[in-house]
Structures are given as structure tokens and as C-alpha cells.
Design a protein. Sequence first.
Length: 659
Amino acid sequence: MKHRIIQLICLLIVCPFYLKAEVTLPHFFSDNMVLQRNVEVPVWGKADRRENITLTFQGQEYTTQADKEGKWKIKLPATPAGGPHRLTITGENIIRLENILFGDVYLASGQSNMVWEMYNLPEGLETAGSADEHPEIRLFLVENKRAFSPQEDVPAGAWQIADSSSVLDFSAIAYYFGRYLQQELDVPIGLIGSYWGGTAVEAWMSSEVLDSIPKYKSMLNAMERYTQSADELEQMYSTNLERWVEQSEKEDRGFSEGWYRERFDDQNWESMQLPAPWKFAGLADHDGAVWFRKTFFVPKAMSNKDLYIHLPRVNEHDIVWVNGQEVGRGKGNLHRVYQIPRSLLNARENVITVRVFETGYQGGIWGHEEDFHITDRRHKIALRGDWKYRKGVSWDELPVRPNTVFSGSTPMMLYNGMIAPLIPFALKGIIWYQGERNASRAYEYRTLFPMMIKDWRKRWQQEELPFLYVQLANYKQPAKKPEPSEWAELREAQQMALSLPNTGMATAIDLGEAENIHPANKKDVGRRLALAARAVIYDEDIVHQGPVFDSMHIVGNQIAITFKTHGSPLKVDDQYGYVRGFTIAREDREFVRAKAYILNDSTVMVYHDTMINPAAARYGWADNPEDINLYNEAGLPALPFRTDDWPGKTYESASYSLK
């Protein structure tokens, strides 16, 4: 026994001299990756302190030594587009990376319209099905992560070759953007998706830059009191929220009264047209649960088969019954697919019941009608249209909803967790779609957005790193008369950022949907971003933007508006030549709808039959200016604008929020 104890003591003393940390790389260095062509490319990782590291590439060896913290970095020489290549890193262990391409790498970031995955689109399956034709497009998806301090690696992940599977779960805009570029340039394209729905711009900014703004400095100081990590706090919140959802089921009389049963009498229930968020369909003031029921008939061609029910998107906890039997439940603002065993189905009439419980958003079953059906994988039973509904338990009947210490606006958290780890991965440029969350603070966005762009460029040590972004699409029900608009002011703030060098903006003012903050047309958004890239980044002489307001002149009782047309003359989308979308005002600032006509290739005349002495004009100045129809001959819409600088609806947001 004494002998064994002595052996153990000797082993404990000797082991530290033999224990070596394996060489490791961040997750975004993996097989199938794309590295940036024609520039020096940093490759970095960790090892044991002072460990010698050798990187072998194209028959050449590059060596370095890890520092006292075990960090190391090697720069590969500028390499032209092509591949595949192999990369070998040798230390105490050997890492071999295969099938590496050199091409152009883009970081795609922002909130939910950048997140919007391909599978959400009506043509998503078809587009993904053809992705195998573009294997030189590679995808890396950064997992969502909040952090109180800059992280050295992303939580997980590996590069994927674009195919029918990987494309479905990736940003539709980013993929369309990459596909257009790959086809035009014939070089590999790498896309890094680092995005999170519902997030504000300040969440994507570093603490160093936010610290210069008193409001955000105080927020950052307040976060120093937390002793747990962001992951621990998030897990606590998720656990408490799940318990609260479970409590909602115990308190909901729909369960005790059997609202899910096949023969439950629902004659007195009200009707709602689905798919639609219930906040837009008569239940704007209801937070909690809503039960939906619908009768469907199985046609002969689908009888005696297992069927599958597709719900386009559910916000955000659901339970589904068919003929009184539960067939599935889920959570998250996602598309649902549940199997209906043939044994549950009647030969004729069947009843589907869906209970939806929302925990903080719009609530309901919503999305595209095409995704709302029952199928046997060949035939479909459409579920869109009239559903019966009844309100279930409300938040007022439950304990207080758990609160997270975070929100989509929590400063710096996403920068720390999802951007900082990527630096200094070599990029060709950045594409960005965000702003909806900041619309009520549009004047503040004038300051924050350019600060973020400049800060990211500083972190990547590229003062003019190309930054392309999408201007907010049209959204909400059109206003009956001209009125102040937060979204118009946010679009204006976005356009102001074009004063920064090497920036480009894709306008989506004609691609939105009144009742869908996530419009389906992501293909044209991707194409317009690609046009901006070709002009701004690749220096091609192409028309990449619609007409931009240049100047105004009062001519009698009319206002002459001159545009920068980029060599593509003005064109109106109207068979009679009427230009719509303009409003006009005197010095009293009371805007009314105006008439307008194209005078020449770059000028529009704006007027009102009964107005004399006009002072200002606006175009597309609304949340959803659905009547706009001014384009250029290249088919790109004129950018919304105003000729005045009168304080807007969100003017106060800058005066208090930046102090």
C-alpha cells in the first residue's frame, strides 16, 4: 500500500511536465471552408505555451511559436481563387483540413429578415433542390450566443458545402446574394451567417464604442453586477419560462372542458381567417392562449394513408390534436410538420384543433398560405381560410411572466458572442439587414449605425472594409392620409450611412408585404445586394441603385425634383404615365397627396391642384408607401426621400437616448 502511494505521488509530480495542450483551431476553420483570395489570410488557434507550430500549405511550411498564453497566428500568402487545397497544422498533434477553396468570403449579419431561412420561402424547396449545382458556395452558420465579454470562438459549427439540405437552414438573402455573385464572378463564395432575429443595432456593437455614449455606458456598468455567465442566466430564464408555459396548460379551461375533443360543440366560437397573427386579426389586446378548430375531409386519393400536417409558422408554443388525439407539440417561431397516423382518421369528416400560446410576440398561426396544408406527400388539403377560435387562458390569469436580463436590444452582447470570435477572419465584405428593432429610435440610428460600421472596420483593421446593407422594406397597412412615419425616418437614417466610403444599399421599398414583417421576396433582395457588390466592391460599371434625390427647385406652384439616375433614365410603372407616391406641403408642414409627372430623364414635377406656394415634397414617406411607382429603366425603384429637414416623429429619440 505504501509503495502504491509513493507511485501516485511521483506520478502527480511528473505529469505536469508531460501534459501538453493539443493544438486547436476556432470552429470556423474546418473542412470545406472558403478562405479569402488574393490577400494574406490569418490562421490562428491555441496550443501549449511556447509550443512550436508548423502550418503546411501547397508544399510550403510556415512556423511560429505559441505565446505565453498559448495563442498563435500564422499568415498564409495571398492565393488566387481555386482549389481544392489541404491545410495541415502540426504541434503536439496534427490537424488536417481538406477541400479548402479560395474565393470571396462575406459575413451576413443583422436581424430576422437576414435570418429568414430558405425553407420559409414558397420557392425554398425548389431553390435548395438546385443548390447541388453550386458546390463552390460554402456556408458557415454561427450559433446564437450572448456574452458579457468578447469570446475567442463560436460555440460550434463547421463549413457546409451548399446542397439541398444545408441551404434550407441558411439565410435566404445571403444564399441568393452568394449565388448571384458566384454565377457572375465564377469564383468560390464563402458565406458566414451570424444573425439573430429581433435584435437592435447596439447589441452588435462593442463595449468600447458604446462606452462613449452616456446612455449605453450606464447600461454596461449595470451589467457588471451579474456574477453568472450569460449562458447561465439564459438557461435560468429558459427553465423558468418553460415552467410558466406548463402552468398555462394547468390553468387553461380549454383542457378541463375538452376543447380538443372530436365532438366538442364549437358552434358559438368566433371565426378568424388564417394564416395571420391574431394581433392583426381582432385580438390585438390578447396575450396568452388561443384555441383554433377546423373541419377537414380526406379525399379518396389520400385515404388509408398516414398524413402530415404543415403549419407555416406558429408563435410560439403549440399543441395539435386530430379527432381528439394529440399528434404533436412544439415551440419557437418556426414551421411545424406533424404526422397524422391513418388510424386516427375518419373516412369523412375530421377535426383538427390547435392550441397556440404566445409568450411575447404577435401570437397565432401565420406565414405563407402554401405552407398551410395537410399532405400525403403527393396531394394536399389546403387549411387556409376560415377557422373557429376561442380565447384560452390569458397572462392576467397566470403568475407574472418570467423576465430575462437580456433582450434584443441588450448592448454589446451579440458583438461579444457572435462577431468578436470571427475577427480577424479575412473577409471580402459584409452584408447587413437590420433596423426594424430600431425604427422607434430612427434619429438615434443616424449615430449608432455608422458607429457600428466604423467599429467593425477598425476591429478587422480594414478602414474601408466593404459594407452593404438593405434598406427597410414597406410594411404595415397603408395609411389613409400622409402622416409621420418611424420606418420612413429609419430608411432615411440608413441612406445617410452611404456617406461612408465603400458602402452600398439595396432598396426593398417595393418588395414588402403589409401584414408580414418578413416578406417572401428574398430573391430580389439578394440580387440587389449582389448588384451593389458588383459596383462598390468589384468596380463594375453597372446600374446598381434606383434614382436618388439630388435637388429641388420651386417653379411657380410646382416643385421640380432632380434625381441622380446613375445613367439610367427615370421610368414610371403606370400605363398612363402618372407618377404616384408623392406628397406636398406648404410651410405649415401639412402634407397632402400630390400629383406628379416625369419632365425629362432626371426630373419629376410635383404639384397639387389647389396649393400655391409649396415648400416641400416627399416621396414614399410612409411605413408602407404601396402606391410608389417611380423606377429607372434598369427596373430599380427610386429611393424614398424628403426635401425638408423638419423634425420627425423620432426626433426626440436622439436627444435623450444619446445622453
